[in-house]
Design a protein around this ligand. Structure first.
Ligand code: ATP
Ligand code: MG
Length: 727
C-alpha cells in the first residue's frame, strides 16, 4: 500500500502526530482541527507501515454512532483486514472482555446488563427492604449517589466516612446494592468497567495477556473521560503500551457526569515521555463562525489556551434572531429550512440543536406541519422505549428464566389478572427462600388446595406461556424467535387496548426490533458458548449497549435534531442553536457554580463549532414553561460575542394565518379534538382514508390517517383540508 496516500491529506502537524514513533502521545487541539481524522490515520499508519496486526489495536470513542463512523473510515484506508481491530465505546470494550471471563469476574456466564431503569428498580427495592422513607431517600437520588461513586472509581468500602446520618445511610445502601448485584451475577453500566478492572487486579497474568495483545490504545474525546474510565484505560495500557489520546479541554462537557478534564493534564505525568502535539488550523468552519466561537470561549478563565485559525473564507456571519415566543422561533427555523431545501440543500446537512430535550416538541410540530422529514437523536432512545423493553424482557426470560428484573417487568404485561398483591406474595416467598421470582412463582402456583385461587391459576398460565414460548422458538432463527415471542406474548394487542393513540408507533417499534434481529451480525470477537439460544443471548447483550437500532442508518433526507451534548464530534453545513436564554443556556441548574457556568459556555462552544458554513442562533422573548408563559432574558453568552460579528435575522418573516382557522368540524365528545377515531375522510391529494389517531388539540392537532391508496400519513389538521364522509 502506498503510505504516501495515507499522509497526503494531512498538514505537517497532523502528519507528525500520525507518524510519531511508539510511546505515549497526546494531541491537544481545538474543534475541527482534525483530531478524529488524525486518530483514524494513526490506526491506519500503524497497521500499514509498522506491521502492527489489526487485532492489537483498541480504539475508544464516546458513542456507538461515532464508533461506527470511525470504523468505516479505517476500513476505507486499510481494507477489510482492519475488521479485527477493537473499536467501540468504553462500555462495549469492557463488555467484550468480561464476556470471556464472566465466571472469573463473579458474573453469570450470560449476565444481564442492568440499564438505568432496572438499576433504579433494584435500588427502590433495597430502600423498601430497609423500610426507609422514599421521600427522604428518593431512589433517583440514591441512584445518582451510587453512580457518581462508581464513576469516581470508588467501591462502597472505599467511600470515606461521611459526617451526617444521610451520608452513612447512602453508603450503606451502596454496599447493599453491591451485594445484590453480586448475588444476581449482573452488572450495571459502570460495573462493566469496574468488574473488568477488579478482575485484572485479581489476576495479573490475565491483565498481562491483554496488555501484550493491545499494543496500540487510542482514545478520542479524551477530555470527557471519567475517573473509572481513566483507571481502566491506564491499567490496560500499563507501562509499555502505546497510548494515543486526542482531546480538547474547551469541549469538556461531561463534568456533571463525572468527566474530568484534569486527565488531560495528568496524562503526561502518568505516562513518562509523552509527546504533546497541538493542532491549530480549523478545517471545518468558515472564518466568521470561527471568530464567534473564539470570542465566546475566550471568556472562560481556566483554559489551557490555544487559538484556532482557518484558511477558509470569512463567509456569512452567524445570524441572530429573537422571536416573540417559542412557536415563532420554531416557525422561523422551519422557514429558513424550507428556503435551504428549495435551494437544493440536502436535509441531512442541517441540524437543529437544543440544550434540553423538551425543547424539541414545538420544533417537531412545526416540521410536521410543513411535512419536513426529520430524525431525532437522543430523546427517548429506541432501547429505552417501554414496548422494546417489554419485548426484550420476554426474550431475556427465554435465555435466562430466573431473571428477576425481566420477570417483574412482564409479570402483568399484558394484563393477566396478576396484581400487586400476588407479586408481593411471590417476592416475599423469593426473599424467604432465597430463590428467584420465577422459582417462587412456580412454587406458589402448584395446583394444591389453592387451585381454586384465581391468581394461582393466572400465575400458572403465565409460567406455561413462558415455557410454551421457549419450546416454540427453539427451532427458529434469530429474527423468527423475536417475531414469535412478540406474537405469543400478545403485546401488540395489549398496546392496542391499553393506549390506542400510541399503539401504531409502538407496533412499528416492534417491527423495527425484528428488523434489527434480522440484520444482526454477531460480534466475531465475543466468546460464544455453544449454549442453547446462544445467538439470542449475544443479541440481547449487544442490545443492552446499543443506542440506535442498526437497521436504521441515518438517512440523508432528514433534518437532524439533537441535544448539544449529542452533537459532540459531528459536523453539519447549517446549524441552528435554539433557546439562547438565561435559564436554558446557560441552564439554570448550572449557573450556581463558576465551574458549571464554564461548562455551559463550553457546551455552547461545541454547538457553534459544529457549523461549517451557516449558523443561526435563536431565542424567544417569552417561553411557555410548565404551562405558563414567562418572559426571558437573552443568554449572557450572546453578549460575549461582539455585536459586529453577528447578523440580525429578519424579524417577523413568519405568517401565522394557518393558526386562526378551524375548530370543530365533526361532532365529537371531546371538545378539544376536531376528529374522531374511525372517521372516514377525503384528502384532495391522497383520496379516501380512515382516521387512526390524533395528537394535540385545536389547530395544532395532528391526525394520523390511513389512506387507501397511499398508506398511513400524519397530517396537520388545519392544513390538510380534509372532508368528512359518511362511515
Ligand atoms: P472535534 O473537536 O469537533 O471533534 P476534530 O478535531 O476531531 O473536531 P475532525 O472531525 O477530525 O476534527 O476534522 C474536522 C473536519 O476537517 C473534517 O471534515 C475533516 O475531514 C477536515 N479536515 C481535517 N484535517 C484536514 C486536512 N488536513 N485537510 C482537509 N480537511 C481536513
Ligand atoms: Mg473529533
Amino acid at each position: 500500500m502506498n503510505t504516501n496516500r495515507l499522509l497526503a491529506n494531512l498538514n505537517p502537524e497532523q502528519r507528525e502526530a500520525v507518524t510519531l514513533p511508539t510511546g505515549p502521545a497526546l494531541v491537544l487541539a481545538g474543534a475541527g482541527s482534525g483530531k478524529t481524522r488524525v486518530l483514524v490515520h494513526r490506526i491506519a499508519w500503524r497497521i500499514e507501515t509498522e506491521d502492527t496486526p489489526p487485532q492489537s489495536v483498541l480504539a475508544v470513542t464516546f458513542t456507538n454512532k461515532a464508533a461506527r463512523e470511525m470504523r468505516a473510515r479505517v476500513l476505507t484506508l486499510v481494507g477489510p483486514r482492519a475488521q479485527s481491530m477493537w473499536l467501540g465505546t468504553f462500555h462495549s470494550m469492557a463488555y467484550r472482555i468480561l464476556s470471556r471471563h464472566a465466571r472469573e469476574a463473579g458474573l453469570r456466564p450470560d449476565f444481564t446488563i442492568l440499564d438505568e431503569d432496572d438499576q433504579r428498580r433494584l435500588i427502590r427495592q433495597l430502600i423498601r427492604e430497609r423500610q426507609w422513607d422514599e421521600r427522604e431517600f428518593p431512589p433517583a437520588l440514591a441512584q445518582w449517589y451510587i453512580n457518581q461513586k462508581k464513576d469516581a472509581g470508588m467501591r462502597a468500602s472505599q467511600v470515606p466516612d461521611g459526617v451526617g446520618r444521610e451520608d452513612r445511610a447512602l453508603r450503606d445502601l451502596y454496599q447493599g446494592y453491591e451485594m445484590k448485584l453480586r448475588s444476581l451475577g449482573a452488572a450495571d453500566f459502570a460495573e462493566l468497567l469496574f468488574c473488568c478492572h477488579d478482575l485484572w487486579q485479581k489476576q495479573p497474568a490475565l491483565l498481562e495477556s491483554y496488555q501484550a495483545r493491545f499494543r496500540e490504545i487510542l482514545v478520542d474525546e479524551f477530555q470527557d473521560t471519567n475517573t473509572l474510565q481513566y483507571l481502566w484505560f491506564r491499567t490496560l495500557t500499563g507501562t509499555s503500551g502505546n497510548p494515543f489520546v486526542v482531546g480538547d479541554d474547551d469541549q469538556a462537557i461531561y463534568g456533571w457526569r463525572g468527566g474530568r478534564v484534569e486527565h488531560v493534564l495528568r496524562f503526561p505525568k502518568d505516562f513518562e515521555g509523552t509527546r504533546v502535539i497541538r493542532l491549530e488550523q480549523n478545517y471545518r468552519s468558515s472564518g466568521a463562525i470561527l471568530s464567534a466561537a473564539n470570542a465566546l470561549i475566550a471568556h472562560n478563565p481556566s483554559r489551557l489556551g490555544k487559538t484556532l485559525w482557518t484558511a477558509s473564507e470569512t463567509g456569512e456571519r452567524p445570524v441572530y434572531f429573537t422571536a416573540d415566543d417559542e412557536l415563532e422561533e420554531a416557525d422561523y427555523i422551519v422557514t429558513r429550512i424550507q428556503q435551504a431545501l428549495s435551494g437544493g440543500q440536502p436535509a441531512g446537512t442541517i441540524a437543529i440543536l437544543y440544550r434540553s430535550n423538551a425543547q424539541s416538541r414545538v420544533i417537531e410540530e412545526s416540521l410536521v406541519r410543513h411535512e419536513i422529514a426529520y430524525r431525532i437523536y437522543g430523546g427517548v432512545r429506541f432501547f429505552e422505549r417501554s414496548e422494546i423493553k417489554d419485548t426484550l424482557a420476554y426474550l431475556r426470560l427465554m435465555t435466562d428464566p430466573e431473571n428477576d428484573s425481566a420477570f417483574e417487568r412482564v409479570f402483568n404485561v399484558p394484563t393477566r389478572g396478576l396484581g400487586d398483591r400476588t407479586f408481593e406474595r411471590v417476592r416475599e416467598h423469593a426473599r424467604q427462600e432465597g430463590r428467584s421470582l420465577a422459582a417462587s412463582a412456580l412454587a406458589i402456583a402448584q395446583p394444591k388446595a389453592v387451585s381454586a385461587d384465581r391468581s394461582a391459576r393466572a400465575l400458572r398460565g403465565f409460567l406455561e406461556l413462558l415455557a410454551d414460548m421457549r419450546e416454540a422458538i427453539r427451532p427458529l432463527n434469530l429474527a423468527g424467535q423475536v417475531e414469535r415471542v412478540i406474537a405469543l406474548s400478545r403485546l401488540a394487542e395489549f398496546y392496542q387496548t391499553d393506549d390506542p393513540l400510541r399503539a401504531e408507533t409502538r407496533i412499528e417499534s416492534l417491527a423495527e426490533l425484528v428488523n434489527a434481529a434480522a440484520g444482526y451480525e454477531p460480534d466475531p470477537e465475543m466468546e460464544s458458548t455453544p449454549a442453547e439460544f446462544s445467538g439470542l443471548m449475544a443479541f440481547l447483550g449487544q442490545m443492552a449497549l446499543a443506542t440506535e437500532p442498526e437497521s436504521r442508518p441515518g438517512k440523508s433526507d432528514e433534518i437532524q435534531l439533537m441535544s448539544l451534548h449529542a452533537a459532540k464530534g459531528l459536523e453539519f453545513h447549517t446549524v441552528f442553536i435554539t433557546g439562547l436564554e438565561e435559564g436554558l443556556l446557560p441552564h439554570s441548574r448550572a449557573t450556581e457554580t463558576a465551574g458549571g457556568l464554564e461548562e455551559e459556555r463550553r457546551l455552547f462552544y461545541v454547538g457553534i463549532t459544529r457549523a461549517e458554513r451557516q449558523l443561526y442562533l435563536t431565542r424567544a422573548r417569552r417561553r411557555r414553561l410548565h404551562g405558563h408563559y414567562i418572559d426571558t432574558l437573552p443568554s449572557r453568552f450572546l453578549l460575549e460575542i461582539p455585536a459586529d460579528q453577528l447578523e440580525s435575522g429578519e424579524p417577523r418573516i413568519v405568517t401565522r394565518t394557518a393558526r386562526s382557522r378551524v375548530q370543530h368540524r365533526f361532532p365529537n365528545t371531546d371538545p378539544g379534538l376536531p376528529v374522531t377515531i374511525g372517521q372516514r375522510v377525503r384528502h384532495p391529494r391522497f383520496g379516501e382514508g380512515v382516521v387512526l389517531s390524533h395528537e394535540g388539540s385545536g389547530d395544532h392537532c395532528r391526525i394520523h390517517v390511513r389512506f387507501e391508496g397511499s398508506g398511513a400519513k400524519w397530517l396537520l389538521w388545519d392544513q390538510a383540508h380534509l372532508e368528512t364522509l359518511e362511515s
